[in-house]
Design a protein around this ligand. Structure first.
Ligand code: SME
Length: 166
């Protein structure tokens, strides 16, 4: 059974604890949908002030992202490279941290409540795998510490997916 931790309020420490929870959750499990589902659920219970947490997976054949496991309201299903914040993350191959989505040209509003967003591209064996996308109803929700640890979260998942695809 998953144990809900009592986080300390020290942001970096709490993120470290949550990363350990992630490692425990994915360890020994190879199913991608199961692991991404649990990863989105873990982040959703850990992060305050977020309204959407989930994954879009890259479909090479169709050259677009398709909605994957998530927590939040039903969302747009397909996103082309270069479109929206998610499309920018895969086109540029780097994290997009958007303080105010209303000022991001081409932002795709799946949930009208979203005000800020962070999207981290995921690569497995140097091949684009998809993105981790987190939305907040608060402007400028994500700071440098959030970015560092959300990227570590993505890295941990990537390493696990890497092991499983070899
Ligand atoms: N806002 C994203 C679309 C996905 S939703 O936030 C779930 C974007 O602009 O790419």
């Amino acid at each position: 059974m998953f144990k809900v931790e009592h986080y300390s309020g020290n942001k970096a420490k709490d993120y470290e604890l949550m990363l350990k929870q992630l490692e425990a959750l994915v360890q020994g499990e190879q199913d991608i949908i199961a692991n991404l589902s649990n990863a989105s659920a873990l982040l959703n219970q850990f992060l305050n002030d977020v309204n959407w947490v989930g994954f879009y997976l890259w479909k090479e054949k169709d050259q677009e992202l398709v909605l994957g496991p998530f927590q939040g309201l039903p969302a747009c299903i397909r996103i082309k490279s270069g479109k929206g914040v998610c499309g920018a993350a895969i086109k540029e191959g780097k994290t997009q941290r958007v303080e105010d989505v209303n000022k991001f040209p081409g932002h795709i509003a799946c949930d009208a409540a979203s005000q800020s967003e962070i999207v981290v591209p995921l690569f497995v064996n140097d091949t684009l795998f998809g993105v981790l996308d987190i939305d907040s109803p608060i402007t400028n929700r994500f700071d440098d510490v959030d970015q560092v640890y959300i990227e570590k979260f993505a890295e941990t998942l990537q390493q696990h997916l890497l092991l499983k695809t070899e």
